[in-house]
Design a protein around this ligand. Sequence first.
Ligand code: PLP
Length: 354
Amino acid sequence: MIFGSDNQAGASERVLAAITEAYRCHDDAYGDDHHTAAANEVLRATFDTDLEAYFVSSGTAANMLALSAMVQPWDGVICHHQAHVLLDESTGPSLFTGGAAMMPVPERDVRLNPQAVESMLGRLPADAPHNVRARALSITQANECGQVYAADEIAALTAVARHANLRVHLDGARFANAVAALDVHPGDLTWRAGVDVMCLGATKNGAVAAEAIVFFDRSLADDFGYRLKRTGHLTSKARLYGAQFVAWLADDHWLDLARHANAAAERLRRELADLPGIRLAWACQSNETFVLVDRPLFESLTAAGVSMYEWYPDALPADERIGDDELLARMVTSWATSDAEVDAFAAAVRAHAH
Ligand SMILES: Cc1ncc(COP(=O)(O)O)c(C=O)c1O
């Protein structure tokens, strides 16, 4: 009963076969190989635009490198108060950008909203060069709290950013789940809605380790090769990433995997409606589900082999509170979650509820 994270899952047979195939022969090194070129082509076709992509093995590396190409050391990146770039990447984004600050929107909401971003921008001190200069907005899709932003919501956020001369970064570690949930063209959720650079994650959704830094604004990719090299991210046998991306994107495999993960989450959420001692913390639309669980039940479930993570209590919206003997937990389904696993979880809750 694995609900800790979607990166606990393995990799799809198609992706595994593509990696094996890619290493049967010689090819050029450091990203000059056929697979890297093919992945760029497939990404251009998928997003329907003339983008430029680079590849790394972790989402953290992708975010840090992307931001380093978007802001100066004296700049700030506005983000959600639960953003991965703020809470889960140590001081990496500051290190890679040469010192830029991550600036959380103070409102405790489960999603970024344009008014909150606008009002934060309006309140920032503007006494240059004494203050931090906000220069980028980072949006996560699917978001930190398991929700998705429709294309017009992304466009509304990027409009506020543009108005304040901010560039827009999209953390798409679970972008596939968002596209699958919304059933819209990936271009509509990104460059057509004003996103400049996105990090597209495949690792959590069926790849071994493959994250793309996708430049819709190609001018920001100038010298990006140097950024990869000097941070140790220019992989010599770089075909690893290209091969995974080509197989992952082919025939909508990425969306089939994400649809499966989302459907498993829907099944889980349906079960939760009738389970004792555990309840949905807020509505979710992707493969992440947040629950409030009785603490003794959480401990019994963990002892019974359920993997799920206790989560940051601050993720809860400002008008909600956690009961004294409750905790907030995150449950994530993946492309590999079976119906039987969800059913076994529901049975375990019924057996252990106090
Ligand atoms: C929103 C988000 N961004 C990025 C990442 C990438 O993290 P990692 O460096 O573990 O691949 C994650 C992984 O948990 C994530 O949830």
